[in-house]
Design a protein. Structure first.
Length: 690
């Protein structure tokens, strides 16, 4: 699934295989450091094989040949691949080097090799070769199933049904390593040896270790911060240790399954989504001594009013700059609702802006992007919430484009209102200067001093002119073709770059709670800012998340071409580490609500029992197991939603940042620890009892 995602993101090709991530080294020069003990280093070298820890031993000289075979598959291989195996329930690799062979198809999770045989396999020599090859593959714990070209081409349905019916390997053999073909022991009996032959198609017998459960699609996320998968590339925070490789860390130096520094430069920032590697997620998290501080950003799928209320305790006065580009109250129907009446729009914006004020720090500010439909309303709201004394600028973003208006001038500008939290505001004016249109020294004077010496004029020219509050030098997204994502309200990266530079510095936290296509978070990451993005639309998964993964790998579009940006964000200095999750919505909670005329514990004497009438709802009934006799409560949040991230939930609830997560507990910045397997019900009471 991870490789397919990389292919869908366009960062690797269709024939990409995991072997390509690692530097090819000749067996003579290869220095193994963390090779699994199953394989003898001497025997590996003697047989011309290497292993990365994730891969079974293979001959590196076969990698190029395998790539050629993938490009020139036989007709029967194409039919089985494109017609079935490409979308198989588990990932399948084509033309995969294993040992000194290239197998046609290999499914690691099922430990299954699928071969399609031509006529040459039915000669005496071919049969002997196949028998030896099968014996070696089986000695790695693999199962081998063979079909003929004729079966694939003329009995395709039955071939697919046969593969589909192959059971996972027996858990009885779990933990028993396969017999290495490099050792001198006797290989185990072939799994096909007991299976017989049905209608000319081999039916394998299950042996070995069962595959891990397929993770497939993103699980329905929980708002208690349901299922927070982590996004972690190979470079930042997490050292270049790929979850694709299980070689581990030796002597404090990360290795790729034993080949230190073995990841090719072009693949060092491949974005690894831990939802595809749940067995490694905690191992990855344990590498951080201060987890939340290590993160570059948070992506949150939620209605933004709920998100702001939820994360307020955690991010109170931590955000330096907020930029939002909300619905303009136009009546048009974009990917989000944009047809409010003035009163509704004012209410929606007022609620969110008031909360956002508490998230901004004392030197921070907010930029509200509007057009003529709502700029006058936005000004009233911001004056009322932030105060007239904290008005900084009304920025006019002017642009050109097609369109005629028979009775008025074409409307070709937007308004960006900038208000600060206080009068002590950060303004990085020296980073917002442009060259004078005409050199000061050419005129021999300045408007401030009249005639002056050459050195003063040279310094004036060198410093440049501060950008004014009307910006006509940044075109719309239609003039930035490489950035276009097909999102109607998408803004160009250069516009966000100027806004974020003026009021924030590297390492500062910026936020956009009308995230749209994700331009704010993409630009923030490229500029070295930390970021929070909130979006409620389903394009969160189809536009925003893929965009941020491409940014981690290295996105060369947009401001990536700017000279100042390239110094800190380029193909060698990309990477990052962010978390994404969904929040439970009010609608989800209400759907689970059920009120009964009884109480959780016996009401105290002399109290009106009517006050306990609405104590119970379905959410609480499902999550708590109450032992009235002993007065104890057991919490099982998995009965509410799958994959609830309790650590993030409690972090948002208490405002404490996460320091460390292990399999059993979470430790917060103040040193408090929470048992994640059996939490104290009082901690989560606000989440389920209301």
């Amino acid at each position: 699934m991870q490789i397919k995602e990389w292919q869908d993101l366009g960062i690797v090709g269709e024939d990409f295989t995991p072997e390509e991530v690692f530097e090819s080294q000749s067996p003579e020069n290869w220095q193994p450091q963390a090779t699994p003990s199953l394989f003898s280093e001497e025997d590996l070298r003697a047989r011309g094989l290497i292993t990365t820890g994730y891969h079974l031993p293979y001959n590196p000289n076969l990698v190029e040949r395998a790539r050629e075979l993938r490009k020139h598959m036989t007709e029967s291989e194409k039919k089985l691949w494109y017609g079935y195996l490409r979308n198989f329930k588990y990932p399948v690799l084509r033309q995969r080097p294993i040992d000194n062979f290239i197998v046609d198809f290999y499914c690691p999770q099922m430990k299954l090799v699928i071969e399609i045989d031509g006529e040459q396999h039915y000669t005496q020599e071919g049969k002997a070769y196949d028998e030896e090859r099968t014996q070696i593959l089986e000695s790695y714990g693999l199962r081998v199933i063979r079909f003929t070209n004729k079966q694939v081409m003329h009995d395709f349905k039955r071939v697919c049904e046969t593969i589909e019916s192959i059971p996972p390997q027996s858990p009885l053999s779990k933990g028993i390593p396969p017999q290495s073909p490099l050792s001198k022991g006797i290989p185990p009996q072939s799994p096909l040896g007991k299976g017989g032959n049905e209608g000319g198609i081999n039916t394998p017998v299950s042996t070995g270790i069962p595959p891990q459960s397929p993770l497939g699609a993103i699980p329905p996320q929980s708002p208690l911060s349901k299922g927070i998968p982590l996004q972690s590339p190979l470079s930042k925070g997490i050292p270049p240790q790929s979850p694709l490789s299980k070689g581990g860390i030796k002597g404090g130096i990360p290795t790729q399954g034993g080949i230190e520094g073995g990841i090719k430069p072009q693949y060092r920032h491949l974005p690894i989504d831990t939802r595809y590697f749940k067995d490694l997620e905690l191992e990855i998290l344990s590498l951080f001594d201060n987890l939340d501080e290590a993160l570059d950003g948070w992506l949150i799928k939620s209605e933004n009013y709920q998100a702001l209320n939820t994360i307020l305790p955690k991010f109170r006065e931590r955000v330096q700059t907020i930029y939002i580009d909300p619905p303009f109250n136009t009546g048009d129907d974009f990917l989000y609702v944009d047809r409010y009446k003035d009163s509704t729009w004012l209410t929606i914006m007022d609620n969110r802006l008031r909360i956002s004020k508490y998230i901004i720090n004392k030197k921070g500010g907010i930029f509200l992007h509007l057009d003529w439909n709502a700029n006058f309303l936005g000004r009233i709201l911001l004056e009322n919430i932030f105060g007239r004394q904290n008005f900084r600028n009304e920025i006019i973003w002017a642009y050109t484009g097609a369109g005629t208006t028979p009775s008025q001038f074409p409307r070709k500008h937007d308004t960006i209102l900038w208000y600060s939290k206080s009068e002590d505001v950060i303004f990085n004016s020296d980073q917002l200067r442009v060259p004078y249109k005409k050199s000061a020294s050419a005129a021999g004077r300045t408007s401030f001093t009249g005639k002056t010496d050459e050195e003063t004029l040279r310094k004036i020219d060198e410093r440049g002119k501060l950008i004014e509050d009307w910006w006509a030098d940044i075109g719309t997204i239609g003039y930035a073709h490489s950035e276009i994502l097909g999102f109607d309200t998408q803004k160009p990266e250069r516009l966000l770059m100027r806004i974020l530079i003026c009021n924030s510095s590297e390492g500062d936290l910026v936020m956009d709670f009308f995230l749209g296509s994700g331009t704010t978070t993409a630009v923030a990451h490229k500029l070295g800012r930390k970021w929070i993005g909130v979006e409620m639309g389903e394009h969160f998964y189809t536009v925003v998340l893929p965009r941020m993964k491409r940014v981690l790998f290295y996105d060369k579009s947009g401001i990536s071409k700017e000279k100042d940006v390239q110094e800190r964000y380029n193909a060698q200095k990309a990477g990052g580490f962010f978390k994404y999750y969904e929040l439970e919505q009010y609608e989800d909670t209400l759907r689970k609500a059920r009120y009964l005329d009884n109480d959780l514990f016996t009401p105290p004497p002399n109290e009106d029992p009517i006050q306990y009438l609405f104590l119970r709802d379905l959410k609480m009934l499902e999550a708590l197991e109450v032992d009235l006799e002993n007065g104890t409560v057991q919490v099982d949040l998995s009965k509410l939603y799958p994959d609830i991230d309790l650590a993030e939930t409690l972090s948002n609830l208490t405002g404490k940042w996460i320091k460390r997560i292990t399999r059993d507990e979470a430790e917060f910045e103040d040193g408090t620890k929470v048992n994640l397997k059996n939490p104290d019900w009082k901690l989560i009471k606000p989440l389920i009892w209301w």
